[in-house]
Design a protein around this ligand. Structure first.
Ligand SMILES: *[C@@H]1O[C@H](CO)[C@@H](O)[C@H](O)[C@H]1NC(C)=O
Ligand SMILES: *[C@@H]1O[C@H](CO)[C@@H](O)[C@H](O)[C@H]1NC(C)=O
Ligand SMILES: *[C@@H]1O[C@H](CO)[C@@H](O)[C@H](O)[C@H]1NC(C)=O
Ligand SMILES: *[C@@H]1O[C@H](CO)[C@@H](O)[C@H](O)[C@H]1NC(C)=O
Ligand SMILES: *[C@@H]1O[C@H](CO)[C@@H](O)[C@H](O)[C@H]1NC(C)=O
Ligand SMILES: *[C@@H]1O[C@H](CO)[C@@H](O)[C@H](O)[C@H]1NC(C)=O
Length: 735
């Protein structure tokens, strides 16, 4: 059997010309030795966690390979997109009424934790990666620092303790793009004072766990994207090297677990005791857009913080309207520039609806020379429209948009362009001024930083939403963290973010779930440092059950677009609460056996599962009644029940473990919202008495509805004693 595969591979490898590259994933068992294979071309993954090859093959040959025994899946090696600081101060401020972080006299400071960042490499000279005051590298570390001409050995230190490259096109660990430096410094960057972006957002840049170590795995190169084979190989190396947490700000639409490199690599990481934190994707606000939703991954959505960037519009009547943008306008401060709206500037034959939004092809550029154009932005084309308008002689653009209050910075591709985004109310104010005067004028001033903006957080409109498509009986995303206009380290050779003629600053804004993911990786490192024996699921549980659902004005967190109340499909368990997260009281532990059972219930047979998983115990067998409905029963810190029809009853079970300060304590349950005639939620028992001997307790939740109900229904189950509140979201969906 081994021979057959090797021979077949070898034949195919010799025929490399015009074929696609496929990943042949052979699962958790080290099924074959590299023997006759040529290392450079074939064997990408070293079987520390799992085994696989990348081969050139035609579609027919790929099918043939997939039919070989021992091969779990064969999939095209396509690229996975990246999910393109004050955030910590904001998180701390928001919860300063809560108790301090420190737990039971622990002195852990995160320096024993290694975060593996799988991304576009690192800019090692950034001050965020200085190792001043750091103790020696943990002895258990088995990684290396891959040296190249542009990445000398001195690039690694006690902060960047290792660096490896997996991008075949460009052999270096240096970050030419910025994304990897940004995510790494957000997770574990040292404190750097006096940081700003050309004066904006001035303050201290600091990572979530500033004493933790960074291990760099460069899997993403130019053009923007990360090959599945590089991601798998990077995760395999990180398992070997001994990271505690993997941070992946990348991913693609969920398809099938067997062909998703993050899900496959993540499973093996979990089996090796490593927590895997991933971005939820930037495909919101479309429903069911969340990615990286396998239950062993921790999936992070994005929200705004309390810092805004105000780009004021001054009208000819001296009225000032506070719009939002990050730009460095060179316009005169007096309102001397003529204003025109898209409909007045429309090209002959174009529809009003298109020109109102200044869509490409709808504007007669001869009408906008030297003028400020006022456009709606229903098509969300903001950045690209502005580039065209200013390129063609417009002098500035005012966008009227409902999400003005957290317009992401990098939405506007040229920071010198005078742009401002205003809300609908202010927009109509501008339009009525324009209608009232024969020769309306205005100017757009350069941006200023505004702190303590309320309310915050708001769920970003780009943040991917549930329900997840892969397994709707698991709620995703899990948690939300800051991801709008986050300032962090960058690459010094990326030039698009610079003002022409000025040097690129060391710290740059970026928005995306790519930015929120490393916030959670940093928080997880702090929790792991204080609780070295906790596994990934206990850490995830702590992060989820301590999360908050209220914003800075004590009202429910809202979401964009439209500022409706956010639901667990938008923010999972809520916004991360850094004050409480190391001390959650109770945790929901999810074991490898739970994940094996998940795979059974998901529809795989034992032989398939044996290929995915490495450490299945001998006696394990799938439950006879395996069924997707039973996935709701997995011991997860949130509850999702899909296909829940009226007139039916569904029971789920959960087990909690007492990790609080008191061994002898009683927790009582509350359900929110309380029972209605449409929905009954019964928890049994209603009290849990923990003792020294009884640290674990199980409970049942019975959902029933006798009447048609409006789906989905969201609610919360909270266990509390006099010290802790342990809160889990639930969702019932008819689909
Ligand atoms: C963190 O703790 C370790 C050991 O507990 C200690 O050696 C180290 O100096 C501490 N680092 C900082 C920055 O406090
Ligand atoms: C790697 O890519 C960067 C940016 O695209 C380029 O400047 C550099 O020369 C490349 N290095 C190699 C070894 O190809
Ligand atoms: C998306 O889901 C929400 C419930 O979470 C629902 O109210 C809304 O109508 C859905 N939107 C679309 C476009 O289906
Ligand atoms: C649009 O139509 C007007 C009058 O109908 C004409 O004067 C003008 O030249 C046309 N503009 C373009 C760009 O075709
Ligand atoms: C940005 O716009 C300015 C002014 O229009 C122009 O000089 C500059 O080249 C543009 N920068 C980029 C990166 O396109
Ligand atoms: C398990 O499932 C795979 C894929 O669906 C199938 O090819 C295989 O025959 C099944 N094995 C058994 C023992 O049923």
């Amino acid at each position: 059997m081994k021979l057959l595969i090797c021979t077949l591979l070898f034949l195919i490898i010799t025929n490399v010309t015009s074929h696609d590259v496929y990943i042949v994933y052979m699962g958790g068992k080290g099924t074959s030795k590299s023997g006759s294979l040529r290392e450079d071309q074939a064997r990408l993954i070293n079987s520390h966690g799992f085994t696989g090859f990348a081969v050139h093959a035609s579609e027919e040959e790929a099918k043939l390979l997939a039919a070989q025994p021992g091969v779990l899946s064969v999939f095209r090696d396509k690229t996975v997109p990246l999910h393109t600081t004050r955030s910590w101060t904001f998180l701390e401020h928001q919860h300063d009424s809560l108790s301090a972080t420190s737990h039971s006299g622990s002195t852990a400071n995160g320096s024993d934790i290694i975060i593996g960042v799988i991304d576009s490499g690192i800019w090692p000279e950034s001050k965020s990666f200085a190792d001043e005051g750091m103790g020696p590298v943990p002895e258990r570390w088995r990684g290396t620092c891959e040296e190249t001409k542009d990445f000398p050995a001195s690039s690694c230190n006690r902060k960047i303790i290792g660096a490896r490259n997996f991008d075949k096109l460009n052999q270096t660990c240096r970050d030419f793009f910025g994304h990897g430096s940004h995510t790494a410094s957000t997770a574990a960057g040292a404190a750097v004072f006096g940081v700003s972006y050309y004066g904006l957002a001035a303050g201290t840049a600091i990572g979530g766990s500033p004493n933790s170590r960074i291990a760099v795995y460069r899997a993403c190169g130019q053009p923007l994207g990360c090959y599945g084979s590089a991601i798998l190989a990077a995760m395999d190396a990180a398992i070997h090297d001994g990271v505690d947490i993997m941070s992946l700000s990348l991913g693609e639409a969920d398809t099938d677990i067997r062909i998703d490199p993050v899900a496959i690599g993540g499973f093996h990481a979990i089996e090796h005791g490593i927590m895997v934190v991933c971005s939820a994707g930037n495909l919101g606000p479309t429903n069911s857009s969340v990615v990286n939703s396998a239950p062993w991954l921790t999936t992070v959505g994005a929200s705004s913080i309390d810092r805004q960037f105000v780009a004021s519009v001054v009208l000819g009547n001296n009225q000032v309207i506070k719009g939002s943008a990050i730009q460095f306008s060179h316009l005169c401060e007096s309102p001397i520039y003529p204003l025109i709206d898209g409909v007045l500037a429309k090209i002959n034959g174009s529809k009003d609806s298109a020109s109102r939004n200044c869509e490409s092809g709808s504007i007669d550029f001869s009408k906008i020379k030297g003028k400020i154009l006022v456009c709606f932005d229903q098509d969300k084309g903001g950045s690209f429209k502005a580039l065209e308008i200013i390129d063609k002689g417009g002098i500035g653009v005012i966008f009227i948009s409902d999400d003005m209050n957290i317009a992401p910075s990098n939405d506007y591709l040229n920071v010198t362009h005078p742009i401002s985004a205003v809300g609908f109310e202010d927009g109509y104010e501008i339009l009525s001024y324009m209608h009232a005067y024969r020769n309306p004028t205005a100017t757009i001033l350069k941006s200023e930083t505004m702190l303590s903006y309320k309310p915050a957080p708001i769920i970003a409109d780009f943040s991917s939403r549930g329900p997840q498509a892969l397994a709707p009986n698991i709620l995703k995303p899990d948690i939300t963290a800051p991801g709008v206009n986050i300032i962090a380290a960058w690459s010094k050779v990326e030039s698009d973010s610079a003002i022409p003629g000025k040097e690129l600053p060391d710290y740059i804004f970026a928005s995306g779930t790519s930015m929120s993911c490393p916030h959670i990786s940093g928080v997880a490192a702090l929790v792991k440092s204080q609780h070295p024996t906790w596994d990934h699921s206990a850490i995830r549980s702590a992060i989820m059950t301590t999360a908050v659902q209220k914003n800075s004005v004590g009202a429910p967190i809202r979401k964009l677009p439209g500022l409706q109340k956010a639901t667990p499909y938008d923010f999972g368990a809520g916004e991360v609460n850094t004050a409480q997260v190391t001390n959650p009281g109770l945790v929901y532990e999810t074991t490898a056996i739970d994940y094996y059972n998940f795979l059974c219930n998901y529809g795989y047979n034992l032989s398939t599962i044996r290929l995915i998983a490495k450490d299945i115990p001998r006696g394990f067998s799938c439950p006879k009644d395996a069924d997707a409905d039973l996935i709701s029963n997995m011991n997860y810190p949130s509850i999702a029940v899909s296909k829940f029809k009226h007139g039916t009853k569904r029971m789920v079970t959960r087990t909690v473990t007492n990790v609080g300060d008191e061994e002898d304590t009683v927790y009582t349950v509350t359900v929110d919202p309380p029972a209605s005639r449409y929905l009954k939620v019964q928890v049994m028992p209603k009290k849990l008495h923990f003792t020294k001997e009884n640290k674990k307790h199980s409970f049942k939740v019975i959902f029933s509805t006798d009447y048609p109900y409006e789906s989905p229904v969201f609610g919360w189950i909270t266990w509390s004693n006099d010290q802790y509140r342990v809160r889990s979201p639930f969702v019932l969906n008819i689909n």
